[in-house]
Design a protein around this ligand. Sequence first.
Ligand code: ZN
Length: 277
Amino acid sequence: MLATKVGLVDTTGTVDTQTMAAVAAALNVQVTRDLPKYWPVSASVSYLADPKKIPQGVWPVQLVRTLPPDEGGFHMTRHNQPYAKVIVTPGSEEWAVDASHETIEMLIDPNGNRLQTSNSIEIANGKIQDGTGRFEYLVEACDPCEADPYTYTIDGIAVSDFITPHFYDPNVTPDARYSFTGAVKHPRQILPGGYISWVDPVTNEMQQILWVDPNQPPVLRNLGSATGGSLRLFIESQTYHKSREKREALKPQAKAERAVYREALAAAAMARANHYK
Ligand SMILES: [Zn+2]
């Protein structure tokens, strides 16, 4: 299988090189060890030290300060090649989860137009349940489980959980995984803080269920006909900033635990270097 190269690059000059290298290494583990267990992806992630140099064949994931209100993380070049932008907030680690999210979705569906047919869903009494029809879901592997409580860590770096192809199964089957960590327990389950988008066959328009505020019930949203370069570009232009408004912040204790763990790794690395003299 031909391999895709993803390059993590900081355009803001605010993230230190050790953190960049550590996050790129964690994403590389995720896309080589975890992702291919469920999706046919062959890729690697590396750290690009110079934002002014993007080697040929590399899909950049750029860290940026802000994104316009009508832009999401997913982008395409003039010649329809995918790349991503991730907002860096000083002192926050959420950007690593966002970088993981964009990288995974870009690798599973580089064009942002992949649809998967499955049972429809609806909201009844504030809960999401299967409906009677079928929808064509946009394959966005991290949206249903994107909230921080469902992240997992690789070498002390938090990365996004992602759904598996079983997410689109008709029914629950014993032993099936619906997301990598197992946080998603059955097909089409949207976790608090997540969302999902689809094409409704009756109206031929795009709809989504947003549960971006975990303290409120999920809501159905009609988006009309898609416009723009790809379905994911369209969906993210409507959803990206909305999905971040009510985002649950990382619990201080979890943040502290990760920091302690990474310090321990750094201390061990320093001690280990002494053995190579
Ligand atoms: Zn997404």
